[in-house]
Design a protein around this ligand. Structure first.
Ligand SMILES: Cc1cc2nc3c(=O)[nH]c(=O)nc-3n(C[C@H](O)[C@H](O)[C@H](O)COP(=O)(O)OP(=O)(O)OC[C@H]3O[C@@H](n4cnc5c(N)ncnc54)[C@H](O)[C@@H]3O)c2cc1C
Length: 394
């Protein structure tokens, strides 16, 4: 679409695949603003944490993934003026746009959990969610042969939160094979009553967790971490509990949207401060030329890379439709929560906004763990990601 200047804020899964898709759909002026020199395929982080992949497999230089024909500005946006149709960047630039797409992802909210960042620095906490610490997870799990291990699923908003169960279940599988599972006290801190809110998936997961002897703390959050005592204080409606003498904690920080979104008047609330869009069209509720997608947008579904496959297609169509006064496509909240239930089996958990099954392969029950699904998630999807998803071909 000649004449439409689309500015995309964020160069993650959302920003790069949308930019590529827009160019395929005939947009000619597409710019991505993103600060980081490296692009990561984040789902593989969980496999690094389980000793099944290396960091090198999931990282590519940004310059390699920015699509041909797209301008990349290596900078970070720090304010948006939706009326003047400009953004201001940390590097002092003022950039003009006729259409703005916000997809800067989520940021760690370390302040929400005092002591957790220190535990990462001390090395007894690490997780797949904090890439600098991810390579430490598997060696830590292998070194645990007794004592206490704590795993957490982050509360919403979080990036595909239930997949934080992958490192837990793969660690339990490892300890069982090593014959030490009975000597390791394993606790799981769940932010909700169940792991996924999907009854079919939860039924299976409960059985697996019970089989490994995992103690589950429900509707619970980490409130404080104490390095001297190696303890984690967990709060839940039932009261407080202090987990003590922890050998290793796969404790995921809490998340929120970057603050400049709310400060620019583009969020519905101060916290978590997600971009305030119509969850079906992804158009901002008050500014027609502003759109949001990915982890930072309030799409009333659990964010995931799989969800982006549908979001990117609908959003590119809707930007063109809005210009031409045509009706828009509606995104049904499709998302996916691939969970490895043992070393080589994975359930896909593909659902819509109302937790109804939405299998990508027709008639395939997405709540049944299968070996080929594990192989596809580990080896097939990364190839599809680099070759097709990031190139706007899905
Ligand atoms: C450990 C882990 C495992 C996961 N596993 C799966 C899985 O198995 N299956 C699945 O479907 N999904 C999974 N996900 C979720 C999936 O990776 C995310 O949903 C997806 O990456 C979100 O893409 P995004 O572009 O919205 O955000 P991000 O990938 O976070 O990208 C945001 C981008 O915006 C940039 N940015 C930030 N601030 C600014 C700024 N101020 N100005 C400009 N740019 C900025 C960042 O540098 C980054 O490039 C997982 C996520 C994690 C963390």
């Amino acid at each position: 679409m000649a004449g439409t200047n689309v500015l995309v804020v964020g160069g993650g899964n959302a920003g790069i695949s949308l930019a590529a898709r827009l160019l395929r759909d005939g947009f000619t002026e597409v710019t991505v603003v993103a600060p980081q020199p490296v692009h990561r395929y984040k789902p593989l982080l969980n496999y690094v944490a389980a000793g099944e992949a290396s960091m090198a497999e999931l990282e590519r230089p940004m310059a390699e993934v920015v699509p041909d024909g797209c301008t990349w500005i290596r900078d970070a946006v720090e304010a948006v003026d939706p009326d003047a149709r400009t953004v201001r960047t940390r590097g002092g630039r003022t950039l003009r746009w006729s259409t703005l797409v916000l997809c800067p992802g989520l940021v760690e909210d370390w302040d929400a959990t005092p002591g957790l960042q220190q535990a990462y620095a001390e090395g007894w906490a690490a997780s797949s969610y904090v890439p600098g610490s991810t390579p430490l997870v598997w060696p830590a799990i292998r070194s645990v042969r007794s004592g206490s291990a704590v795993f957490t699923v982050p509360p919403e908003p979080a990036s595909c939160g239930p997949t934080a169960l992958k490192p837990l279940l793969m660690a339990c599988d490892h300890w069982q094979r090593a014959g030490v599972l009975g000597d390791v006290r394993v606790s799981l801190v769940l932010p909700e009553a169940t792991a996924t809110r999907i009854p079919e998936a939860d039924r299976y997961l409960e059985e697996v967790l019970a089989g490994y002897g995992v103690e589950v703390l429900r509707e619970a959050r980490i409130e404080r971490v104490d390095g001297d005592l190696r303890s984690i204080t967990v709060g839940s409606p039932g009261g407080r509990r202090v987990l003590e003498d922890i050998t290793f904690a796969h404790a995921v920080p809490h998340y929120r949207a970057p603050r400049w979104i709310a400060d620019s008047g583009l969020a519905a609330d101060e916290a978590p401060g997600l971009v305030d869009v119509d969850p079906e069209t992804m158009q901002h509720r008050r500014h027609d030329q502003v759109w949001g997608l990915g982890d930072a947008a309030d799409l009333a579904t659990r964010p995931s890379g799989g969800a982006l496959r549908k979001q990117v297609h609908a959003l590119s169509t809707n930007i063109a439709a809005a210009e031409k006064g045509r009706s828009m496509q509606r995104y049904n909240g499709y998302t996916v929560m691939p969970i490895t239930v043992s070393r080589r089996k994975l359930m896909l958990d593909e659902v819509d906004r109302d937790n109804r099954a939405q299998p990508s392969v027709p008639f395939l029950d997405p709540f049944v763990p299968r070996r080929w699904q594990w192989l596809f998630d580990r080896y097939g999807l990364p190839q599809v990601y680099w070759r097709r998803i990031l190139r706007g071909r899905v």
